[in-house]
Design a protein around this ligand. Structure first.
Ligand SMILES: *[C@@H]1O[C@H](CO)[C@@H](O)[C@H](O)[C@H]1NC(C)=O
Ligand SMILES: *[C@@H]1O[C@H](CO)[C@@H](O)[C@H](O)[C@H]1NC(C)=O
Ligand SMILES: *[C@@H]1O[C@H](CO)[C@@H](O)[C@H](O)[C@H]1NC(C)=O
Ligand SMILES: *[C@@H]1O[C@H](CO)[C@@H](O)[C@H](O)[C@H]1NC(C)=O
Ligand SMILES: *[C@@H]1O[C@H](CO)[C@@H](O)[C@H](O)[C@H]1NC(C)=O
Ligand SMILES: *[C@@H]1O[C@H](CO)[C@@H](O)[C@H](O)[C@H]1NC(C)=O
Ligand SMILES: CC(=O)N[C@H]1CO[C@H](CO)[C@@H](O)[C@@H]1O
Ligand SMILES: [Mg+2]
Length: 368
């Protein structure tokens, strides 16, 4: 079966990564002196971002051969080496070792001896591929929605495989998105402990199906794929009934533009503001019908922020295109080059056509 091994390793390693993130949040690896630091572009990064990238890079390299694995990922080691504090690197090394020690419980082989700092740095910096139209490339956002992670909102671990420019495998781990409860607005996070039952979603291109399984981070071993269930997009196609989600942060998306489109479509519900690719997960699971994101001038979307979510929504029955109605192009390297204005993900073609129509209408009227 094509991509069977890739999918299995991907699901197992993303589950392990999600559990690692939850443990960091609970402070299980001891105090974190520098949980959050700023990168050169001022975006936040944490011990979790580097630890997850190092751990996943190491497992993929062991599973598929270091010389054969090309990984495009968000983090590099520059900030990690730049930061004055060596305690940050020490925290990352400890966290990576602790998580690799749990690998057998997830059906993965860990190292025979704990990794040295140099090996951890090497695993992170090996993810410096820039993808492209030819060959196989893994695409990783170790922590998508770092702000959500830091603030107790939604975040995701996103891993995808691109082959010859097409996304063929997608795995989305959502540690704070219960497999049993509907998604809620950012500002109304549940107070109960139910968040601990996060979920992992995954698919293979062409399977015509996507699956979800609850995240299992306690004791015991990961049962896979026994505990998985099939997920499907919502069947609602009336805009009046539809729920739409958009980013929490205004920094990289134009909320007033999406509000205008929502108004012209006749959407009645207030937008669900959610951090990270969990917005794609909500469409795939049927908790929402529309995800719109219109970029601000000058912002370029990166492939790791979309690859896993797009293939999962599509295989669950949904549609994802740019705002001009064209498929997203994952073959051009690190960025989604040529993206027309923004991204529109929908549960079905009817809603999708209406949104693209509304975008064209608003564009025409603003250029009369
Ligand atoms: C790397 O790929 C080559 C060619 O596909 C294969 O022969 C080799 O076994 C692979 N290495 C590992 C460690 O999997
Ligand atoms: C990626 O880093 C490795 C060392 O880890 C280096 O050998 C390689 O040339 C780098 N590749 C790119 C595309 O920068
Ligand atoms: C999102 O929710 C978190 C947790 O309740 C809160 O700290 C944060 O301020 C919220 N963000 C916004 C923009 O509402
Ligand atoms: C996410 O998890 C944190 C604990 O790690 C919890 O405090 C928070 O309420 C959760 N947020 C949501 C939206 O479930
Ligand atoms: C956001 O969209 C509105 C149209 O609704 C436009 O007037 C505005 O210039 C856009 N803002 C940015 C920063 O692109
Ligand atoms: C979600 O929160 C935003 C403010 O952060 C608010 O504007 C919106 O109406 C809320 N949506 C729902 C469905 O409550
Ligand atoms: C160098 C280093 O920090 N090694 C640690 C890796 O993690 C193990 C636990 O699995 C620790 O015992 C090591 O000290
Ligand atoms: Mg990230």
């Amino acid at each position: 079966m094509e991509y069977e091994k890739e999918l299995e390793i991907g699901v197992r390693v993303v589950q392990l990564a999600c559990c690692l993130c939850q443990k960091i949040q609970k402070g299980s690896f001891g105090p974190n002196p520098d949980l959050v630091v700023s990168k050169l572009d001022d975006s936040p990064v944490t011990v979790a971002d580097w630890s997850v990238q190092a751990m996943i890079s190491w497992i993929l390299s062991e599973s598929f051969g270091r010389e054969n694995v090309s990984i495009v990922a968000e983090e590099d080691t520059q900030t990690l080496s730049d930061v004055k504090s060596t305690s940050l690197l020490a925290s990352v090394v400890t966290t990576v070792n602790e998580s690799l020690a749990m690998a057998p419980r997830f059906g993965l082989n860990g190292p025979t001896a704990p990794l040295e700092a140099s090996e951890v740095l090497d695993a992170i910096s090996r993810c410096n591929s820039s993808g492209g139209p030819v060959g196989r490339h893994w695409v990783l956002d170790p922590v998508d929605g770092t702000l959500g992670f830091v603030r107790g909102g939604q975040y995701a671990v996103a891993l995808a495989l691109i082959e010859n420019g097409r996304v063929v495998v997608g795995v989305l781990g959502c540690p704070n998105y219960s497999s049993k409860r509907k998604l809620v607005n950012n500002s109304s996070a549940p107070k109960s402990d139910l968040w601990q039952e996060g979920c992992v979603m995954y698919t293979k291109r062409g399977s015509g199906q996507a699956w979800m399984q609850p995240l299992v981070c306690g004791d015991g071993t990961l049962e896979w794929p026994n505990s998985a269930s099939v997920i499907q997009v919502s069947s609602i196609d009336n805009p009046v009934m539809a729920t739409f989600c958009e980013p929490v942060e205004k920094a990289n998306s134009n909320h007033s533009y999406s509000a205008g489109i929502a108004y012209s479509l006749g959407l009645r519900k207030q937008p669900l503001r959610v951090y990270s690719m969990v917005k794609y997960a909500a469409i795939a699971r049927g908790d929402a019908e529309i995800y719109m994101k219109f970029a601000k001038a000058g912002y370029k979307e990166k492939i790791w922020d979309h690859a896993a979510g797009v293939v999962i929504v599509e295989e669950a029955g949904g549609v994802v295109t740019d705002a001009g109605g064209r498929p997203l192009d994952f073959s051009k390297g690190v960025y989604l080059e040529g993206l027309d204005r923004g991204i529109v993900a929908c549960s079905g073609v009817n809603l999708h056509e209406k949104i693209i129509g509304a975008v064209y209408a608003s564009w025409d009227s603003s250029h009369l």
